[in-house]
Design a protein around this ligand. Structure first.
Ligand SMILES: Cc1ncc(COP(=O)(O)O)c(C=O)c1O
Length: 382
C-alpha cells in the first residue's frame, strides 16, 4: 500500500502510545500507576452531567450549527470578555471537538508547504505534528533554563516564511506561565513580521500561588491572535471533546470553512454540558485551582527528592530534569521511562517526546495516595 507524504511525515503521539502500552500491561494483570495523562482526575461537575443528560432526554441529538450552538458561542464570548479581557463577539467564536482540533484547523488555515511555525520548546507533542500535517515546517526554539521564552532566540528564528507562533501558557509540559512583558514582546514580534499567534490556553484555569494567567489577545494584540481554550482541563470534560477558538472574523471564517468539511459540529449534547460548565462561576474555579495546587505541591515535593525540578506555576505536570540518573544504565529519558514502567509499574512520559532529552514529564492529576505510591516505587528502583 502507498501512503501520502503527510501520513509518512507524521509520528504517533508518544504519550498516547505509552498510555496504550500501560493499558496493555494492566490487561495482563499488572497494577500500573499512571503519571502520564494530561487530564484532571476529579469528577465532571454534577450540573454538567445533569445538563448533558437533560439534553439527551429532550432529544437534542441532531446536528447543531457547524461552528457551535448559538447560546454556547454567546456564553463563550461573555466568558472571554469577563474572565480573560478578550473582546470576542459570538461571530468570532468557533466551537470544535477539543482544542486539539482547533489547533489542527488553524494550522490548515494558516500554513502551506514551506511555511514555518515557531514553537517554543519543550512543547506539547501535537504541535509539531499538526504543523507537519498542514505541510509546514515546525521550528522549535528552546526556552531558557527557567522554562521562560527566549525572546532573542525567537526573533532570530523568525524568517519571511514564518506564518505563526504557537504560544502555550500555562505550558505543557513545563508548567511555565508567561508574564505580561513576554507576551507583549511576542505580540510586537508578530506585528513586526506579520504572523499570527496561536495562543493555546488549554490550562488557563490551572495557575498556582496567586500566579495570573494572561491572554495575549487582551493586550491589544487581538487582531493577530487566535485564542484557543477547552473544557477538558477546566472541568475534567476531556471525553466530551469540546474546545473553541476566538479570533479575528476573517480567520474564524476561514477556519469555519475547513471545520465544516472536517467534522461539522462538536457533539450537540456535549455542547449543552459545556454551556452548563460556563455557568459554574468563581466557586468552581477557586475550588478547582485549590485541589490541583495541593496535588502540584505534593508532586513537586516528592519529585524534588528524585530529580531536579523547577516549580510549575500552572498546568498539570512537574517537568523533571532526570539527567543525574542518565549516562550509566539508562542512556535516554525513554530508557528511564521504560525502566519505570517495567520495574516500578509506573508510567511517565520521557522528555524526548516534548523535544527535551534528559527530562521526564510527571502528571500530578492523581489522588494523594497514588502520587505517594508512584514516587516511592520509582525511588525503590533507582
Ligand atoms: C497544550 C494542550 N493543548 C490542547 C490539548 C488538548 O485539549 P482538548 O482535550 O480540548 O483537545 C492538550 C491536551 O493534552 C494540551 O496539552
Amino acid at each position: 500500500m502507498r501512503f501520502s507524504s503527510r501520513a509518512l511525515a507524521v509520528s504517533e503521539s508518544e504519550t498516547l502510545r505509552l498510555s496504550n502500552e500501560a493499558a496493555r500491561l494492566r490487561a495482563e494483570g499488572r497494577e500500573i500507576l499512571s503519571l502520564l495523562e494530561g487530564e484532571p482526575d476529579l469528577p465532571v461537575p454534577e450540573p454538567v452531567i445533569r445538563a448533558t443528560q437533560e439534553a439527551l432526554a429532550k432529544g437534542l441529538t441532531r446536528y447543531s450549527s457547524s461552528t457551535g450552538l448559538a447560546d454556547l458561542k454567546a456564553a463563550i464570548s461573555r466568558k472571554l470578555k469577563t474572565e480573560n479581557g478578550v473582546a470576542a463577539e459570538p461571530e468570532n467564536v468557533l466551537v470544535a471537538n477539543g482544542a486539539k482540533q482547533v489547533v489542527y484547523e488553524l494550522l490548515q488555515a494558516l500554513c502551506g508547504p514551506g511555511d514555518e511555525v515557531l514553537i517554543p520548546a519543550p512543547c506539547w507533542v501535537t504541535f509539531p505534528q499538526a504543523v507537519k500535517l498542514a505541510g509546514g515546517a515546525p521550528v522549535l526554539v528552546d526556552c531558557g533554563a527557567d522554562h521562560q521564552l527566549d525572546l532573542d532566540a525567537l526573533e532570530r528564528a523568525t524568517t519571511e516564511r514564518t506564518r505563526a507562533l504557537i504560544l502555550n501558557t500555562p505550558n505543557n509540559p513545563t508548567g511555565a506561565v508567561y508574564p505580561e512583558a513576554a507576551l507583549r514582546a511576542v505580540a510586537a514580534l508578530a506585528a513586526k513580521h506579520d504572523f499570527v499567534v496561536i495562543a493555546d490556553e488549554a490550562y488557563e484555569a490551572l495557575v498556582y500561588d496567586g500566579a495570573k494567567h494572561l491572554s495575549i489577545a487582551s493586550l491589544g494584540a487581538a487582531a493577530r491572535v487566535a485564542t484557543v481554550q477547552t473544557f477538558s482541563k477546566s472541568f475534567a470534560m476531556t471525553g466530551f471533546r469540546v474546545g473553541y477558538m476566538a479570533g479575528p472574523a476573517e480567520l474564524t471564517k476561514a477556519v469555519g470553512r475547513i471545520h465544516s468539511h472536517v467534522t461539522g459540529n462538536a457533539c450537540t449534547f456535549a455542547q449543552h454540558g459545556a454551556l452548563a460548565a460556563l455557568g459554574l462561576g468563581a466557586a468552581h474555579r477557586d475550588e478547582w485551582r485549590a485541589q490541583h495546587q495541593k496535588r502540584r505541591d505534593l508532586a513537586f515535593c516528592l519529585g524534588g527528592e528524585l530529580f531536579d525540578c523547577v516549580k510549575p506555576q500552572g498546568g498539570l505536570f512537574v517537568f523533571a530534569d532526570a539527567r543525574r540518573h542518565l549516562g550509566g544504565t539508562f542512556k535516554t529519558s525513554s530508557d528511564l521511562a521504560g525502566h519505570f514502567l517495567r520495574e516500578a509499574n509506573v508510567a511517565v512520559a520521557p522528555g524526548s517526546a516534548f523535544g527535551r532529552e534528559g527530562w521526564l514529564r510527571l502528571s500530578f492529576s492523581a489522588p494523594e495516595a497514588v502520587l505517594r505510591e508512584a514516587f516511592a516505587r520509582m525511588e525503590r528502583t533507582l
